[in-house]
Write a protein that binds this ligand. Structure first.
Ligand code: SF4
Length: 289
């Protein structure tokens, strides 16, 4: 089901300093996500999205955003893509993300986007304009194997398409890289997978990779994930239950080894493990006469 809803506010303040992406504001134009990744954390009860496969779009988002941007005194990075993908298939038609970016460009705010879709390239013109201030685009890539990704992230662009998008953005001078999270125990926690992702990141011009070696699991999210494991990876649910019980975090096997392999490769290729955040321009000091 796809239906419109009315939002009350578009930009929520990030309360704690955001050490990952340097965000000041969060923006969600949709609720629910069509990509339907089997491990998606946004299914957790704490986010109060009752049926995650229902897609709700915020019909009044652009009007609200225009008002809020006009009133904001502090220019800080607006992040989008943590609770749903701003470039899920419906965006091709509704263009909420595009229209929000037009406003962000007009009000000269910095932006950080997380996506698993190469539809982001449609908005290259706007991303380039916003980049006069600051643009960063992070593609979540958890495997470089398109076939495996089809089982894990069924409706997202294949990783090969995401990598091609990284290349195009990088060639256009836009800061871009990878959020390599989660790394799923028993499925993706092997050296070959990590090596492939980092090598391909390098070949496609990624500046950074942010890793998380493991997956968080809680309530509805765990339930959904385990049902999908039963379907696509028979016998794996039982291994998870034995090894992780009800733990919130299920770490990758060989956690330390994988981290070391990852760090060595990043150093070898000159890939950062952090994103260069937006730095507000300070007025140039005039020399005292
Ligand atoms: S793209 Fe992100 S928000 Fe959408 S289903 Fe996948 S993990 Fe969840």
């Amino acid at each position: 089901m796809i239906k419109p809803i009315q939002a009350k506010v578009m930009l929520s303040h990030v309360k704690q300093p955001d050490t990952w992406f340097g965000l000041k504001y969060n923006m969600n134009l949709y609720r629910g996500c069509q990509h339907q990744c089997i491990y998606c954390d946004s299914r957790s009860e704490c986010y109060q999205v009752e049926n995650f496969s229902d897609i709700l779009y915020k019909e009044n988002a652009i009007e609200l955003l225009a008002n809020e941007l006009a009133r904001k005194r502090v220019k800080g990075t607006i992040g989008t893509g943590s609770m749903n993908d701003p470039y899920m298939p419906i965006e091709a038609k509704i263009q909420l993300t595009r229209r929000a970016l037009e406003l962000i460009a007009r009000f000269r705010f910095p932006v950080h986007i997380i996506t698993k879709s190469d539809l982001v390239l449609r908005d290259l013109d706007l991303l380039r304009r916003i980049n006069e201030v600051y643009t960063a685009v992070s593609f979540t890539i958890t495997t470089a194997d398109d076939q495996l990704a089809k089982r894990l992230e069924p409706a997202a662009s294949p990783p090969s398409a995401r990598l091609r998008a990284i290349k195009i953005l990088a060639e256009n001078g836009i800061l871009t890289g990878i959020t390599m999270m989660p790394i799923l125990p028993f499925i993706q926690d092997n050296e070959e997978n990590i090596t492939q992702i980092v090598t391909q990141a390098h070949e496609h011009g990624a500046s950074y990779i942010l890793p998380s070696f493991g997956v968080t699991l809680r309530d509805r999210q765990r339930l959904y994930y385990y049902n999908k494991l039963d379907r696509h990876f028979p016998g794996l649910r039982q291994r998870y239950e034995r090894q992780f019980g009800n733990n919130y975090f299920a770490p990758a096997n060989n956690y330390e080894k994988l981290k070391a392999v990852f760090a060595d490769l990043c150093e070898h290729y000159g890939i950062e493990q952090r994103i260069r955040p937006y730095q507000p321009q300070t007025a140039t000091q005039l020399p005292l006469l």
